[in-house]
Design a protein around this ligand. Sequence first.
Ligand SMILES: Cc1cc2nc3c(=O)[nH]c(=O)nc-3n(C[C@H](O)[C@H](O)[C@H](O)COP(=O)(O)OP(=O)(O)OC[C@H]3O[C@@H](n4cnc5c(N)ncnc54)[C@H](O)[C@@H]3O)c2cc1C
Ligand SMILES: NC(=O)c1ccc[n+]([C@@H]2O[C@H](COP(=O)([O-])OP(=O)(O)OC[C@H]3O[C@@H](n4cnc5c(N)ncnc54)[C@H](OP(=O)(O)O)[C@@H]3O)[C@@H](O)[C@H]2O)c1
Length: 335
Amino acid sequence: MPGIIRGPLRMGTSGTELDEVEIAELRKTSYNATVTHLSLPNERLMRVRIRLDDGVAENGPALHYEPGQYTTLGMGYWEPRVEGAQAETLNEKQLTKVVKRAYSISCRLLDDSDNVTPAGDEPELEFYIALVTEAEKPPALTPRIFLLKEGDRLHMGGKPKGVFTLGDVQPTDNILFAATGTGEAPHNAMASKLLAEGHQGKITSVTCVRYGADLGYTSEHEKLMAMFPNYRYLPLTTREAINRDESHPDYVGVRYVQDLLESEGVEEEIGFALNSPSTHVFLCGNPAMIGIPNRSADPSGRYPKPRGVVEILEGKGFKADEPKSPGNIHYEKYW
Ligand SMILES: Cc1cc2nc3c(=O)[nH]c(=O)nc-3n(C[C@H](O)[C@H](O)[C@H](O)COP(=O)(O)OP(=O)(O)OC[C@H]3O[C@@H](n4cnc5c(N)ncnc54)[C@H](O)[C@@H]3O)c2cc1C
Ligand SMILES: NC(=O)c1ccc[n+]([C@@H]2O[C@H](COP(=O)([O-])OP(=O)(O)OC[C@H]3O[C@@H](n4cnc5c(N)ncnc54)[C@H](OP(=O)(O)O)[C@@H]3O)[C@@H](O)[C@H]2O)c1
């Protein structure tokens, strides 16, 4: 694990530091949740379960979420950051504030007895988080989250939000989830709910990552495939030797979600025909993979470049779901 850069030591034009008593008080007044389980599939990827104090939301009722929704996590700027993270400069005022970001609620998929978990009312919420160390502006939250340990405290929003949910999906509909990286988080929660409720249509979850080691739920997906003949997990990589080294015996080339969807064998790989009336598609993660169209542009300029999944699927008869114009391609972009 990377080492620690002490936040307060890097702070402030005046060079002021907070002492342990001030930090303890800030944590007490700002944090409302505890880390109960934490694992790192690799040193830049975290699965973490968090319990809200007393299991109730900020304004009273027990925390319930619709699978696919997100909530916020937050930590104080006074907390340390992982070593190697792009340096940040904070003023004294910022130092006592909490930085919050949105996180899709993931799902552990299987409980300790290997039963599929019906997502929505778990006592602890699971999150799936990638460490960002470099960005346009210094990343504030993940370099702090990656120093958490079980038992540590942080802030969690008590009102899950978002319309990236199963909505009017019918029990016999086929469902394609496609994600980049941690974008599989809400798909795990939705798949878990569907499988627990005995969904009859086919469910295929595609996740595209740089390396196989960036897949944090492989063993659970494999168990689910063995348990449910209508469930399929299809990981794609883009930077393994099989993707980049033409002399590799198993060379397949770089495979983005777009490549899969445009390939001849796509229906065999995902396990069902891409005929839109009975199929719903959910896309989550990197906005460039999704390729959200600009509806106000003329038809020739409406899709962003490079080609995203929405353009490919709309070419096959699907339609992006938009506030005033429902469709069967649903999406959640992470930035
Ligand atoms: C609705 C919603 C749900 C989200 N759910 C998740 C989630 O489940 N897991 C998660 O890891 N992130 C998720 N994010 C992103 C998250 O909110 C943070 O932006 C991210 O964790 C980085 O936080 P930061 O403060 O360290 O850096 P920020 O300053 O917030 O981000 C800096 C840059 O990092 C890149 N980036 C952000 N998120 C990711 C990511 N997940 N993978 C790769 N690059 C990224 C982007 O280029 C972004 O501009 C979600 C965002 C939204 C809007
Ligand atoms: N995973 C790592 O080993 C690693 C290492 C260093 C830093 N980081 C940082 O960690 C954070 C998370 O990285 P991540 O790998 O989880 O997320 P990511 O950068 O979004 O990549 C996830 C997958 O999406 C693919 N992708 C990129 N652009 C795409 C597009 N236009 N259409 C379709 N697919 C596309 C990537 O392929 P490409 O191979 O083309 O990128 C990769 O396979 C980022 O801030 C990153 O800078 C990660």
